[in-house]
Design a protein around this ligand. Structure first.
Ligand SMILES: Cc1cc2nc3c(=O)[nH]c(=O)nc-3n(C[C@H](O)[C@H](O)[C@H](O)COP(=O)(O)O)c2cc1C
Length: 161
């Protein structure tokens, strides 16, 4: 069984959460589609700004490879920006080939809120024709640990269907 985890991270919290979930997916072979902004904060903000304006030209090559065909389950992980996932989420969903009919799981990280973003993600993935079988939000104001992510990962790993 194969899982693809597609995530975006600017500060590392979503990556940390995705990797904690993956660490207990012993029944699966896990692959990632990571979109990780690195470098100085100002540089990251500039790239984020482009993405928010729907300019994904720097990511075109990677986005063209997005295909759900060989996976049994797709997990989408995003941070929360102004009560929504960043624009890259919509782009990843739109650009992912063969998502229709697949099983999917969505999660988001947040500091204060997060419920709306998680529900937005679920609706968007369902619009693309996938079946969202689980969802979670990981909300911590300061330090984000891995305890809840591991719990969530175990729940995914032990699903029967
Ligand atoms: C521009 C911006 C907007 C944010 N908006 C929200 C928000 O509306 N609600 C919230 O709970 N957290 C908000 N946050 C906090 C992030 O969602 C949170 O820190 C997230 O875990 C960051 O993930 P990352 O480290 O993977 O980038 C915001 C952070 C940034 C940088």
């Amino acid at each position: 069984m194969k899982i693809l985890i597609a995530y975006f991270t600017m500060g590392g919290r979503t990556k940390k959460t995705a990797e904690a979930i993956a660490s207990v997916l012993t029944n699966y072979e896990v692959s990632y589609f990571p979109v990780e902004l690195t470098g100085k904060f100002i540089k990251k903000l500039k790239i984020l700004d482009k993405f928010e304006k729907k300019d994904f030209s720097s990511l075109e090559t990677e986005l063209n490879t997005l295909d759900a065909a060989s996976y049994d389950l797709i997990i989408f992980g995003m941070p929360t920006y102004g009560n929504k996932p960043p624009q890259i989420f919509d782009e990843i969903v739109a650009r992912m080939g063969n998502l229709s009919g697949k099983r999917a799981i969505v999660f988001n990280t947040a500091r204060f809120t997060g419920g709306k973003t998680r529900d937005y993600m679920k609706a968007k993935v369902e619009e693309a024709g996938a079946q969202v079988i689980d969802k979670s939000k990981f909300r911590k104001v300061l330090w984000i640990g891995v305890k809840n992510a591991i719990k969530f990962g175990k729940r995914i790993n032990e699903r029967q269907e």
